[in-house]
Design a protein around this ligand. Structure first.
Ligand SMILES: [Zn+2]
Length: 112
């Protein structure tokens, strides 16, 4: 029951990652990161842009900064309320308009 609730609420969020150039996080596909984190969207930006997080809308809190032991390896992660609409099929907040299917679900339904 608790797990169901946690997953339900995590899909209502987008994760914003600010990673330095060369970081593996910059090279992973954003949709795979979203699957991994069980959130609707992951946006990956250059580390320097983490100061702009508050301007990007629907922000839940300040981004959390992580700095590695040597001081070079640093990144920031912010959580925001999902910007897009809930897909009635997969429940991810990745639909462009209310009550419409997201693009991946649209393709699945079209192929049935
Ligand atoms: Zn969908």
């Amino acid at each position: 029951m608790y797990v169901d609730k946690a997953i339900g609420s995590s899909l209502e969020t987008d994760v914003w990652i600010y990673a330095p150039e060369g970081s593996v996080l910059r090279s992973l596909p954003a949709d795979q990161l979203a699957e991994l984190f069980i959130v609707s969207n992951v946006y990956v930006h250059p580390f320097e842009d983490h100061e702009k997080f508050a301007e990007q809308g629907n922000i839940v809190g300040k981004p959390t900064l992580y700095v590695g032991e040597n001081g070079d390896d640093k990144f920031a992660v912010g959580v925001a309320r999902a910007k897009q609409h809930k897909c009635p099929r997969c429940w991810k907040y990745i639909s462009v308009s209310e009550d419409s299917l997201c693009t991946p679900c649209d393709k699945v339904v079209a192929s049935l």
